[in-house]
Design a binder for this molecule. Structure first.
Ligand code: ATP
Ligand code: MG
Length: 449
């Protein structure tokens, strides 16, 4: 992309109403534009990051064996009356009436819709296990939408729903998601700690939240230092449905959740002090980016979602649900990765891989070199952002750092006299001078996997 052709409405001023850094930076970089309270338009830079996150979430869901569907945003109230949640859900549900006076709602979650799909199409236990997910916009009329996309009213969620014949199967489905989540957040460049959680209005007896540590997080967190020390990348996970793979998943998850980790909602100080030695106690704040539940027959019972079991008898299906806040993750990543100059995107979600900064647009040698670099990087499969505008170098450096492009190639007339360009690492700020060929060879290795 050439900056001269891009739509990047960057601003210098920090918006007064934005309380936390991620919200400020998302507005300043022109990633989003507030439409009304808790509702945003995603502009090109923001959308690009959102889509990169979405793609990683999707890949890891697919890898775990979950199947993607797309359920409606507008849901009929009758299904929710069947489950008993139409009245129970409260003011967060946006209720709408259509021209035929039929009650609709903008889905805040999709247990009812997916259970209805299941009961219409699945008959036998032989079709299980089944996990259906979608990445779809949700609406919750939050009392206090705030912190930008972190607590919006309209937000993008990945929600998966598992169906199993019995509780043993359902617990395995839960563990698959648990492990897929560790992998997902690790690939996004985040440290997300799985914490025991309250099951809340959805109910059930097994639930974990995944929290990204950040001082601006809404939850207080208490955990064993082991979670800081573990690298989930080294987890060797098989999602096969063989007894061996199931046993390995149970062993792995049990080992991970054995160590203490809880949010303030259910934190038990006595247990914390008894189970974790003082030097290993960690406390702080965290942002909930994922939440998984096992809730058995909470929906299948009232909605009569059954399969014929191996004994020929009807059996209520055992369910779980698994959410990831895809749009919230954009803010969470910024909270976890920024400095005084702006955003520092982890490579995997960076909107552009390399920023090319021309220090003198209009100089034929500089223009030619930048053009050559731009084409070479494109051909190498990278996504470069070329600042070809006729602007001050200082302003260009500031913009590239603000929007967080991880690798930068700086091309100026003085360097070119000696045959040199500069390569800068956004995170460390380190700059190295080298010939163009070496710079391009070095940058070409940065193509994300
Ligand atoms: P919270 O406790 O933050 O209100 P929740 O427990 O109500 O969230 P879930 O129903 O578990 O949320 O939804 C799954 C995920 O969707 C959450 O883990 C979170 O990442 C995201 N999410 C929930 N509410 C919002 C919101 N208002 N804005 C952005 N993301 C949200
Ligand atoms: Mg939750």
């Amino acid at each position: 992309m050439r900056m001269s052709r891009y739509f990047l409405p960057v601003t210098k001023e920090t918006p007064a109403h934005a309380e936390i850094i991620s919200h400020q930076l998302m507005l300043r970089t022109g990633m989003i534009k507030q439409h009304s309270a808790g509702i945003y338009s995603w502009l090109p830079l923001g959308l690009k990051v959102l889509q990169k996150i979405e793609a990683i979430v999707r890949q890891e869901q697919n890898r775990s064996g979950a199947l993607e569907v797309l359920m409606p945003t507008m849901q009929g109230a009758d299904l929710w009356r069947e489950s008993g949640r139409y009245d129970a859900y409260g003011a967060e549900m946006l209720r709408i009436t259509d021209r035929h006076e039929r009650d609709l709602l903008f889905g805040p979650t999709a247990e009812e819709v997916v259970t209805d799909i299941f009961r219409n199409h699945v008959r036998s236990y032989k079709e299980l296990p089944l996990n259906l997910y979608n990445i779809q916009w949700k609406f919750r009329d939050e009392v206090r939408p705030r912190f930008g996309v972190m607590r919006g009213r309209e937000f993008l969620m990945k929600d998966a729903y598992s169906f199993d014949l019995d509780e043993t199967g359902a617990r395995d489905a839960y563990r698959k998601m648990f492990l897929a989540y560790l992998k997902t957040f690790q690939r996004l460049g985040l440290k997300a700690v799985p914490m025991r959680a309250d099951t809340g209005p959805i109910g059930g007896d097994l639930s974990h939240e995944f929290l990204v540590l950040a001082p601006t997080g809404e939850s207080g967190v208490y955990y064993d230092a082991i979670y800081d020390e573990t690298d989930w990348a080294s987890l060797d996970i098989s999602f096969d449905n063989t007894p061996k793979a199931r046993a390995a998943r149970a062993e792995t998850v049990d080992r991970i959740v054995k160590a203490y980790a809880a949010t303030d909602e259910i934190h038990d100080e006595v247990r914390f002090n008894a189970e974790v030695t003082p030097d290993r106690r960690r406390t702080g704040r965290g942002i909930e980016v994922g939440h998984i539940f096992f809730f058995g027959t909470k929906y299948s019972a009232p909605m009569h979602a059954k399969v014929v079991g191996p004994d020929g008898k009807d059996c209520l299906v055992q369910m779980g649900s698994y959410g990831i806040g895809v749009s919230r993750l954009v803010g969470a990543i910024i909270e976890a990765s920024h400095d005084e100059h702006g955003i520092i995107w982890p490579d995997a979600v960076a909107p552009y891989d390399v920023g090319i900064i021309s220090l003198r647009a209009g100089d034929s040698l500089v223009d030619g070199t930048c053009e050559q670099a731009y084409q070479t990087l494109l051909n190498a499969g990278l996504d470069p952002l070329y600042d070809d505008r006729d602007d001050r170098p200082g302003a260009k450096f500031a913009t590239m750092d603000l929007i967080g492009v991880p690798n930068q190639l700086i091309v100026g007339p003085k360097g070119l006299v000696a045959g040199l360009v500069e390569v800068k690492d956004r995170k460390s700020g380190a700059k190295v001078e080298m010939p163009l060929e070496s710079a391009l060879a070095c940058l070409s290795t940065k193509a994300p996997a």
